[in-house]
Design a protein around this ligand. Sequence first.
Ligand code: FES
Length: 118
Amino acid sequence: MRPMTAPPEWRCQAADLPPGRTLAFAVACGGRPVQAFVVNHQGTYGAYVNRCPHTGTTLDLWPNEFLSDDGRWLICATHGAVFEPASGACVAGPCAGDALTPLPLRLEGEALVVSGLP
Ligand code: FES
């Protein structure tokens, strides 16, 4: 169920997102709550709006299930688009050449902080 409100920033402890893991959350974009997620791919973090550029559905059919079985790619569960975790670029599938919408992400001490969009 989508939340009615969302904070302008979301944060977690970096230790809670080890390599090969993702976390889903909601953050405010344009004053509205938007589903989003962070991924740690081999030590590189990425934060994206959870919206496939193909039809606009969320990527995870099952909550927080974004990665391929081998952990190398982000996968859209609806039609199988394949995205690079570090860049969000779609490299295969019906929206190849497009990309996930990135969100600003920074480290503050031991915390990962993701900002929404204005
Ligand atoms: S909705 Fe994601 S590949 Fe079609």
